[in-house]
Ligand binder design. Structure first.
Ligand SMILES: Nc1ncnc2c1ncn2[C@@H]1O[C@H](COP(=O)(O)OP(=O)(O)OP(=O)(O)O)[C@@H](O)[C@H]1O
Length: 277
């Protein structure tokens, strides 16, 4: 893999469009968006349900339904290649390795019948070869860096034996074990209660900073954006309506839709009203 300089974007999306073929007609889920993500930065894509956020995230690793159910166009450049057009084998090599993704619901990604340590080891075996046993130390280190105490014991447990917060930490460990350059987190804390949400966000920020990873965070929650993002894209109906550094978006939004989103986020509204008084 070639070295990326910190000024060069690690991911560059140009005029991405995604159409879905629905029974009611074509859904233009993403209508020509362009953006870049750099190493060591956190970019949040924010917008209401249905604005196209998850479709963008899924496009990066080609997880949307295959044509003719969905058609992507434009380009997503990573390491000199276009992720929309490279071959499946090359994509498999990148997926879960150089670019990883975590989702809202860890249970949909974890295998209920396999111990979590084995599942994480399997990721390494797939990408690096060797026997799973050889990857034991790396698995325990990944669990530890996701903030899991007593990783030796946790590694032997099954997903249903873990709390929601621990399961999400296991997903983070699984996403990190290949040492990715880009981590995509699609609503990673939405299903968790507030205290656990804050803990998981702390883990993500800590990891992003200590590893210099690029983090793409998909969320509908501007409170989450305020805590972790460097830069923000605001999406509505498949288009980017506003973009900028997080401070500018939160304190001086230019677009009426961004102002509406802010007004609908009680915690931020209270903070802003306090600052204004
Ligand atoms: N597989 C699919 N087939 C048809 N339409 C789809 C499919 N996936 C998404 N869509 C449509 O594309 C649009 C964008 O959906 P998307 O899930 O990307 O939005 P979102 O902003 O991530 O919202 P949410 O937070 O609810 O997931 C919506 O109109 C949605 O109904």
């Amino acid at each position: 893999m070639s070295e990326q300089t910190s000024n060069e974007p690690v991911l560059a999306v140009d005029d991405l469009r995604v159409d879905f073929a629905a029974t009611s007609g074509t859904v233009h889920a993403v209508r020509g968006v362009s953006w870049e993500l750099r190493s060591g930065r956190t970019l949040a894509i924010v917008g209401e349900s249905g604005s196209g956020k998850s479709t963008i995230a899924a496009s990066i690793l080609r997880l949307n339904p295959t044509p003719p159910a969905s058609y992507p166009s434009g380009s997503i450049r990573y390491d000199g290649r276009d992720l929309l057009t490279i071959g499946e084998a090359e994509l498999q090599d990148i997926r879960g390795n150089a670019i990883s993704m975590i989702f809202q619901d860890p249970m949909s990604s974890l295998n209920p019948t396999t111990r979590v340590g084995v599942q994480i080891g399997e990721v390494l075996r797939r990408h690096r070869g060797g026997r799973r046993r050889q990857h034991r130390d790396a698995v325990l280190a990944a669990l530890r860096s996701a903030g899991i105490d007593d990783p030796e014991r946790r590694a032997t447990q099954y997903p249903h034996q873990l709390s929601g917060g621990l399961r999400q930490r296991v997903m983070i460990a699984m996403a990190l074990v290949g040492d990715p350059q880009v981590l995509i987190a699609d609503e990673p804390t939405t299903a968790l209660d507030v205290t656990v949400q804050a803990q998981i966000l702390d883990v993500l920020v800590e990891l992003q900073q200590s590893r210099g990873m690029a983090l793409l965070l998909i969320t509908h929650d501007l409170g989450v954006v305020a805590e972790v993002a460097d830069d923000v894209l605001v999406m509505r109906a498949g288009e980017i309506v506003e973009r900028g550094p997080v401070e500018a978006i939160l304190t001086d939004p230019q677009h009426s839709y961004t102002r509406q989103l802010l007004a609908a986020t009680p915690r931020l509204r209270d903070d802003r009203e306090e600052r204004a008084s």
